[in-house]
Design a protein around this ligand. Structure first.
Ligand code: NAD
Length: 466
């Protein structure tokens, strides 16, 4: 029963995993290629920013050490979790260049090891990558055989940035792709002792696990996109309200309510790229993954659609405020964020865009500031905006009142994607409130439906089926 684990790659996931394992009594050796990360961990500090990570590392520092040496880590642990970047490449696949280098170093260390060692790839990869791309490197460098001298698993985590440690320790299930029974059983035993709330393990082949990992994100994004489609339909129905529809749909046990809130599209470092990757691998296998490619296409078209809808509603040269630049509340990550995409799209149309995010102090803003203005407060944004777009459901936007939107413009247009301010703003004088996913004009929507069912002349037509 091993207590000694190593984690290769001390980034957002790896450092969190190291802190989480140590908090559960495991001895952890962390490896990174970045000396500063090593120094920080050895001083008892988090090498990256993530919720609770500083406390997990500092409070368990007697059980965590970090090194630049893969050999040191492999020789002083029984299992290594490899959690290095696998960036998307130009084809839409995930590049293995960092993983290949890590596996090469691990293979060299395995050559010097006489006892069994399990190598677990945690980074996101596509089907075939572990067995075809990485195991041969381990065998070549070590001169040993997988399944005989060492074990191999593919076991990704299902975590969200901002709650990585909590998600890691309390998974819905653990996914174990195994080269053989022995490596899978060893990993399952470790998880059963590491997880606070250990649910089922799903054990399977490496390839099935690789597909399962990207399928989770692809399915969730499909659900988000479906809800966004419902939101658009609701805007065309008298009294239409996507929350009412989603709440009811969520009661069906086959569907569930999570990720079914029609609003604006998804973003961040994982969701968008996983649809692209699934589309790519399916095509390479001779399968058209139309759901994944359509979901991706619909998500990427949102910013342009928002701009096309908003531009005719504002005066030329006016200022538009975008509240929310991160891809989700409490995050400083702006990668593939809809707020940023919308702000850029509006700028392209010649609108002056001012933006604010509660986390902007922690964001890298240089790139964003080339396209629009980022201000220090909501107040500064609202003081000048003829139109305001609220792109994330951040609680910081929840307490805004109609009076906060008053400025030189006689009427301020508010696009509220998450309907955060619906009660406060929908009938407020001086505000034209657009609650995304709710009926935009009951009278016009009623007339449209009436025409569909009864035609222009009041005679029933085909749509009624009469
Ligand atoms: N960030 C997420 O939300 C998320 C979610 C699920 C899965 N993933 C996957 O997890 C993996 C890691 O993501 P991350 O966000 O932690 O990345 P990250 O960039 O934050 O960290 C990666 C770390 O690996 C180090 N590294 C690179 N090559 C190395 C090597 N050969 N040996 C040792 N260390 C090395 C880097 O210096 C860096 O510290 C990726 O495959 C990603 O797709 C990420």
């Amino acid at each position: 029963m091993t207590q000694n684990v190593s984690v290769i790659g001390l980034g957002k996931l790896g450092a969190s995993m190291a802190g989480a394992f140590a908090s559960r009594g495991f001895n952890v050796v962390g490896v990174d290629v970045n000396q500063r990360s090593i120094d920080l961990v050895n001083e008892g500090h988090a090498p990256v920013q993530e919720t609770d990570l500083e406390e997990y590392i500092s409070q368990n520092k007697e059980r965590i050490r970090a090194t630049l040496s893969h050999e040191d880590a492999v020789l002083n642990s029984d299992i290594s979790f490899v959690i290095v970047p696998t960036p998307s490449d130009e084809k839409g696949s995930f590049s293995l260049q960092y993983a290949e280098w890590a596996f090469k170093e691990i293979g060299k260390a395995l050559a010097k090891k006489s006892t069994y060692h399990n190598v677990v790839l945690t980074s996101t990869v596509l089907p075939g990558a572990t067995r075809q791309g990485l195991i041969p490197i381990l065998e070549r460098e070590s001169g040993k055989k997988a399944g005989v001298d060492f074990g191999v698993c593919y076991s990704p985590e299902f975590i969200a940035l901002g709650s990585i440690i909590r998600d890691f320790l309390n998974p819905d299930f653990t996914l174990i792709g195994e080269f053989d029974e022995r490596s899978g059983a060893m990993l399952e035993d470790i998880y059963s002792r590491a997880m606070v709330n250990h649910q089922k393990s799903a054990r399977m082949s490496l390839e099935n696990a690789e597909l399962t990992k990207i399928s989770v994100n692809t399915f969730v994004t499909t659900k988000i996109t479906f809800a966004n489609m419902l939101a658009e339909i609701c805007e065309k129905l008298p009294g239409g309200d996507v929350d009412v529809v989603s709440n009811a749909l969520g009661l069906d046990a086959r569907i569930g309510r999570k990720y079914l809130t029609g609003a604006i599209g998804y973003g961040g470092p994982c969701f968008p790229r996983d649809n692209v990757a699934l589309t790519y691998i399916a095509k390479e296998l001779g399968v058209e993954a139309e759901i994944a490619s359509t979901t991706d296409g619909m998500n990427r078209s949102i910013a342009a659609k928002v701009a096309d809808r908003l531009i005719p509603m504002v005066k030329p040269g006016s200022t538009v405020a975008v509240l929310g630049l991160s891809y989700k509340p409490f995050s400083h990550v702006t990668e593939e964020s809809q707020g940023v995409y919308v702000a850029r799209q509006l700028s392209k149309h010649g609108v002056r865009v001012v933006a604010y995010d509660p986390m902007s102090n922690e964001m890298s803003l240089d790139d964003l500031r080339r396209d629009f203005v980022v201000l220090d407060s909501i107040k500064e944004c609202l003081a000048q905006a003829e139109a305001v777009l609220i792109t994330t459901p951040d609680p910081a936007f929840k307490d805004l009142a109609a009076a906060d939107f008053k400025n030189e413009w006689a009427e301020v247009l508010v696009f509220d994607f998450w309907r955060t301010l619906r009660e406060q703003l929908k009938d407020a004088p001086g505000i034209k409130y657009v609650g995304i996913g709710t009926s935009e004009d009951d009278a016009a929507n009623t007339a449209r439906l009436k025409k569909l069912w009864w035609g222009n002349d009041g005679e029933s037509n085909g749509a009624s089926g009469k």
